[in-house]
Design a protein around this ligand. Sequence first.
Ligand SMILES: *[C@@H]1O[C@H](CO)[C@@H](O)[C@H](O)[C@H]1NC(C)=O
Ligand SMILES: *[C@@H]1O[C@H](CO)[C@@H](O)[C@H](O)[C@H]1NC(C)=O
Ligand SMILES: *[C@@H]1O[C@H](CO)[C@@H](O)[C@H](O)[C@H]1NC(C)=O
Ligand SMILES: *[C@@H]1O[C@H](CO)[C@@H](O)[C@H](O)[C@H]1NC(C)=O
Ligand SMILES: *[C@@H]1O[C@H](CO)[C@@H](O)[C@H](O)[C@H]1NC(C)=O
Ligand SMILES: *[C@@H]1O[C@H](CO)[C@@H](O)[C@H](O)[C@H]1NC(C)=O
Ligand SMILES: *[C@@H]1O[C@H](CO)[C@@H](O)[C@H](O)[C@H]1NC(C)=O
Ligand SMILES: [Ca+2]
Ligand SMILES: [Ca+2]
Length: 563
Amino acid sequence: MDLILSTLLFCLHVVTVTCMFVDVVVDRYDIPRVCPREVQTEDFVRYHFNGTFFADGKQFDSSHDRGKAFISQVGLGRLIAGMDRGLQGMCVNEHRKITIPPHLAYGSIGTGGVIPPDAVLVYDVLLLDMWNTEDKVEIRTLGKPASCNRTTVASDFVRYHYNGTLLSGAAFDSSVSRNATYDTYLGQGDLIKGMDEGLLGMCVGERRVIIIPPFLAYGEIGHGTEVPPQATLVFEVLLVDVFNPKDDLIVEVKEVPEGCTRRTLKGDYIRYHYNGTFQDGTAFDSSHKRNNTYNTYIGMGYVIQGMDRALHGLCMREKRRITIPPHLAYGEEGVGDLIPGSAVLVFDIHVIDFHNTEDLVDIKVTHKPQECKVTSEADDLIQYRYNCSLMDGTLLYSSDHYDSPSITTLGADKVIPGLEEGLIGMCVGEKREVVVPPHWGHGENGAGGVPGSAVLFFELELVKLQKGVPEGFMFVWLGDAPDPLFPVMDLNGDKEVPLEEFSAFIFLQVKEGKGRLRPGVEVDAVIEEMFNNQDRNKDGKIVEDELKLQVDEESEQVRRDEL
Ligand SMILES: *[C@@H]1O[C@H](CO)[C@@H](O)[C@H](O)[C@H]1NC(C)=O
Ligand SMILES: *[C@@H]1O[C@H](CO)[C@@H](O)[C@H](O)[C@H]1NC(C)=O
Ligand SMILES: *[C@@H]1O[C@H](CO)[C@@H](O)[C@H](O)[C@H]1NC(C)=O
Ligand SMILES: *[C@@H]1O[C@H](CO)[C@@H](O)[C@H](O)[C@H]1NC(C)=O
Ligand SMILES: *[C@@H]1O[C@H](CO)[C@@H](O)[C@H](O)[C@H]1NC(C)=O
Ligand SMILES: *[C@@H]1O[C@H](CO)[C@@H](O)[C@H](O)[C@H]1NC(C)=O
Ligand SMILES: *[C@@H]1O[C@H](CO)[C@@H](O)[C@H](O)[C@H]1NC(C)=O
Ligand SMILES: [Ca+2]
Ligand SMILES: [Ca+2]
């Protein structure tokens, strides 16, 4: 720089005297702020120029008149010596004015008709491109995701976005303008050589600049109207997706709950949540946004092939990440606007539950009192505490939400069959965990807060047990009824039984363990009703004939029911 300036000054000083230029004078009047590379001997250059005479400023040549930039190699005598020198150290996009004395141009002879003898020439030059036969594809990584499991190799199929510019910065192509990634195989010659090389070793989500010399790009021919001959190409690339046709499903188990005994099999019906993303993390679907699990049968081809396989061998509450290559997903076609062709899909799934129509109610006794002789059965009136949850732990109902434990009569169809099953055979103080498949619960449609086809998890504790009487009965004999009955009932032997005596008789039977009243009912009212049924003529007392009549006429059921 200093040298050039002093030469220039010297020149200006002498110009008034003899106008003798001793060397090339370079005026770098517009230098770009960023200049990664400067022209050296043997570099090829592509530039625009206007050539004028120093003496009168008249133009004798211009690349613009030729309709294309000028291409040459520097420092090897292919240019006039002044240009060989004057282009040294130039940056792309730099403008310079190169003033060349005749002995470094066309000398005392000039060239036929165009350049007169002893002409000082002034070239206004704009450098557009430079490269060297030694150049290689240059890669600059702009950004890389923190974790990168896989980098591209030849024969991979990649989908990427790019902006393509010339070395001067002029844009010539972009995937953005097409609104779609560029999709291609690597290393199969489908791309220009430099791109095939520059895209290797890349992670999804990585952004890089790939600078490709012309001989690894479109060379002497160029490409269309956008890429001129001998152009260095600069691609800014963002890798969106990669897979190999040889890829199989990748299943990463993220979380398996302890004590998982049963795993999904073909034919099971599964309910799970999922988030679906592309490899670059862009979400395309989620079950959460529908507030519902995704439900399907496993291994029946109802979901994409990769998912159908990945759903095997899962535990309830398990979390997995499943990466599915397009040939096991939606293939080259994709799905409308939702999933582009050849997209790799990444699913995070969380299994809520699964079941098979053959599943039974699963009962696990978690606590059994030492004293456990009397156990619950049909007709018994029981009090129990319970928690009812989904298999992922979501609590739906609990008896703790009420003032007192739940009360029910077993076998009376008051609770779902699975719960009924779980409550049978318990003794007071016993605790159980009971898994109820939907066909023993609320079925496909669910109920209240219970989603359709949900498996339910119950924690049960039997608090109180009162042995019961069969449906429709108020009192039953525990052994054989006394026969004949009337004399036993007529406690004072006066041949008639008023309500008080009848009542005393019934209580005596219960006390002695010979009979049982229906539990959970208003005892006096029931006894009075039983008495009234026997006292046919409504005179306030039962006589032997009234009772006898009953026994002879009616079925055994009536005798046991009403006495
Ligand atoms: C040459 O002249 C043209 C117009 O005649 C101008 O646009 C251009 O900037 C000049 N300089 C170069 C280096 O092309
Ligand atoms: C990706 O890398 C992470 C961390 O290194 C690892 O946990 C995970 O299993 C890998 N995933 C795949 C698909 O290889
Ligand atoms: C391409 O350019 C557009 C517009 O400047 C930008 O939004 C996009 O990120 C660029 N893409 C790449 C791959 O560099
Ligand atoms: C590009 O994609 C966006 C979002 O999918 C869409 O809204 C837009 O119309 C598309 N543009 C073109 C030119 O296809
Ligand atoms: C899906 O993403 C949401 C939000 O990040 C998260 O709360 C949920 O647990 C994810 N679901 C699955 C199945 O990974
Ligand atoms: C999902 O549930 C939330 C909260 O209960 C509600 O705001 C939202 O509208 C629901 N979305 C759908 C699609 O049902
Ligand atoms: C229900 O859950 C609560 C809270 O975990 C617990 O204290 C209670 O014992 C559970 N009830 C039963 C019957 O297990
Ligand atoms: Ca009597
Ligand atoms: Ca009577």
